[in-house]
Design a protein around this ligand. Structure first.
Ligand SMILES: [Zn+2]
Length: 266
């Protein structure tokens, strides 16, 4: 198996991990009736920040959530915790888990069941509120009981704005795909990398005009995607694409039609 892609950002090491790939019907995703399937990787990110070990998004978890069986197929030989172990860490070493939003393919190992006994899990309050209102068959709603229990037991912290989770790890609310969806800027000063979550999760989504049928506020998603990718380009920041099955670490450049990815790799 390939080793993790690693990026140095200032004093921090950023490792792009792997929780397998999923295959799902694409009809709903593009809002049309087109019969196609789409394949997406899951790339949780591990940041070594001094004494802290930060995980950003958490894959599908030990198995495909029951609510998605029949709609999604999950393929993997190794999962997130295997990759963590390969880096020399156990689940108990993780100190902070940041969840971009509450979709099942982002929260698995953090919530279902909680796998990081020493970590505080950070979620935007607006994401929880929206998830409570989602239909029961939605994977987002399935995360609600675990988040509520985490808040009650003290291992989950609800955020209500942009801010530093710790020095050099800054969350920024960029809604659209979900309410309270947060992206993460990693680094200090001019030396930054960007985790886009599902705001622009793969190369095809660098086109601001491609609107997903699963975005709860498409206009906000479009506007935020343009603003955030423009900022990434002007800061010359590497962008980590959570669902990209190909090169998941790129830089972006504005074109006539939107943005294009420029591979950087290692
Ligand atoms: Zn996703």
């Amino acid at each position: 198996m390939a080793t993790a892609t690693t990026l140095d950002v200032g004093r921090m090491q950023v490792h792009i991990l792997d929780d397998g790939v999923f295959v799902r019907d694409a009809g709903n995703l593009f809002g049309g009736s087109r019969k196609a399937s789409i394949k997406g990787a899951m790339h949780p990110v591990l940041v070594e920040a001094g004494d802290d070990l930060v995980l950003i998004d958490a894959g599908f978890g030990p198995e495909l959530p029951e609510i998605l069986v029949g709609r999604y197929e999950l393929r993997r030989d190794e999962h997130l915790l295997d990759h963590l172990q390969r880096m020399g860490y156990s689940a108990g070493d993780v100190t902070h888990v940041i969840l971009s939003h509450l979709d099942a393919d982002h929260v698995g190992w953090a919530l279902g069941p909680p796998s990081f006994p020493s970590a505080t899990v950070y979620v935007q309050g607006a994401a929880l509120e929206e998830a409570r209102r989602m239909p029961e068959k939605d994977g987002r709603q399935a995360a609600v009981p675990a988040v509520e229990k985490g808040v009650e037991d003290g291992w989950c912290e609800l955020l209500h704005a942009d801010g530093d989770v710790l020095q050099g790890i800054r969350v920024e609310v960029r809604a659209g795909h979900s309410a309270g969806h947060q992206i993460v800027w990693i680094g200090d000063g001019d030396d930054l990398a960007l985790f886009t979550g599902d705001l622009a999760p793969a190369k095809i989504w660098l086109d601001p005009n491609l609107i997903s049928g699963v975005d709860t506020d498409p206009e906000a998603a479009r506007r935020n995607r343009i603003e955030v990718l423009t900022a990434a380009e002007s800061r010359d920041a590497p962008v980590i694409l959570y669902h990209e099955p190909g090169d998941c670490l790129v830089k972006v450049r504005e074109t006539e039609k939107g943005f294009e990815a420029i591979p950087i790799g290692d």
